[in-house]
Design a binder for this molecule. Sequence first.
Ligand SMILES: [Fe+2]
Length: 147
Amino acid sequence: MITLEQLPIVAIPSMNDTHLEETLIINRLETVAKDNNTEAVPEILKELLEHTAAHFLDEEDMMEEVSFPTFKTHKSEHDRHLHELKSVIKYFEEHKDTRAISAYVEGNLTPWTLHHADTMDRMLALFLEEGATTACSATKGCRTGDC
Ligand SMILES: [Fe+2]
């Protein structure tokens, strides 16, 4: 379960709103998976996929608008995550295994979501807010020095 205290706060309020919405969906998914609710799990997985796809598209639009230097890296991470989520949904459709969903949420989805928001999204928000120079020097996610 993701708590509000765990959720990284980035420099763009609309991004925080989106992250909070997604967190609430993830927490609901974890609850119904633990309850072995095989009817609610696919509904929430669908809701999560739609929300995540729209969320990533919004971020990618923002990145393109400002020619964000690490757009490709950030987008490929979005694509990889969406592909994985679709694979998990397909697996659930075939096996109706709520324990696999619990394991995915706890072992992968939750840590990935928190880490992504704390690194790539934090860097994007700083870039949008303050410009490239500040973002590059202030963000722990940027270690290459080429952004
Ligand atoms: Fe992102």
